[in-house]
Ligand binder design. Sequence first.
Ligand code: AMO
Length: 423
Amino acid sequence: MQASGGRRVTVYGHVEAVRVKGKIAFITIRTFDGEEQVTIKKGVAPEEVWRAIEEIGREYLIRVDGVMVESKIARLGREILPERIAVVAPSKPTPIDLYGKVEAEWPTRLRYRYLDIRRPRVKAIFRVRSTLMAAAREFLRREGFVELTFPIIIATATEGGAELFPVDYFGRRAFLAQSSQLYKQSAVPAFGRVFSIAPSFRAEKSRTRKHLTEFWQIDVEAALVTKRDLMDLQFRLVNSVVERILEENERDLEILGVADLEPWSGYDVISYDEALETLRRKGFEIEWGDDFGADEERALVEEFDRPFFIPEFPASVTAFYYMVDREDPRIAHRIDMMGPGRYGVEWSSGGLREHEPDRLRARMEAMGLNPESFGWYLEMFEYGFPPHGGFGMGVERLLQTLLRLERIHEAALYPRTPDILEP
Ligand code: AMO
């Protein structure tokens, strides 16, 4: 009854399709990490197996006991000849097609996201995301960074006051962290090199291809670094993530149609002034001192085919914690790292920080912030605080470019936007 050379297996999977063709039937099942074909032949498989076929429908979870054999004609190059098929959990007809070529509309997919994430393409995205997180973590640890976790419930704004989600903290006003900025800096004198991979929350009503209200940042901070160090480190971080994805996710990249992903040969650096020139040449009316909006950013990244950095910005468009140039106070040492091409977006912001308390206080005042409200943060710089710098890299943004996703929302399992709070 068994084909020779087979291996006895027990496989669980969701039924994708059942096809009966006279004396032979095929069931395609989706397992947690792939797919299998179950081939049932009249006169070979027990009668109960034939009866089982009548019971099962799409998305039923079944258990198949049988023999796995090589097959020249099966698409997967193998098939399971079942001896027993049992229903583990039945399924209602699904409201969205999980295995067809045509995707449901995005709002419908989101409504049924718990089903949508069973789709092979969506699973591929999140298997790659899992590799990305692990690779980033391991790279940074190898580079001597200590992984820490910082508070999510915090008392002050770090990235601008208008974008905070308030939290009622036993009658006091608190907020969800916009970033780990102040805390990661605070850990630098103790550890020298630190990082955290954590969620960030921004109450921005931005409905764009690259904004979420909840996203994850790879937040890095180091003592005694130069801007070149920070650019090199980020470039190597991204490339080590890419290499790891190539090692571990070959099949996922194929499913996603991005099998040609490869590490970059290097990176480019363009000054803020050069970026302005490029944009003006492309017809944008942009003044020295402006930050780049979504349209400008898109126009800029399309000019590049490898990652690039803009290593300084007008001080007026940078947060208070960036170091202002000692010679030219119009300039701050903020560095943005940009992903290139059609799916390019800003991957990270970072730079050198102001570590001299008097200058920091003066900068806060000049920006209309009240230094008193920064209490411990301002105070800590009085105690032998090293010059330092770092960056925050958006996990979903990086994934968006690497996997060529039209919208960032696809890079979040359950995306949060101004319009989406469930599921
Ligand atoms: P910034 O606010 O630029 O800098 O954020 C850093 C990186 O986080 C990602 N990001 C986002 N991703 C999705 N949706 C959003 N709404 C969103 N906002 C930001 C981007 C961005 O480059 N503390 C600084 C970092 C630092 O200087 O170390 C900060 O938060 O990839």
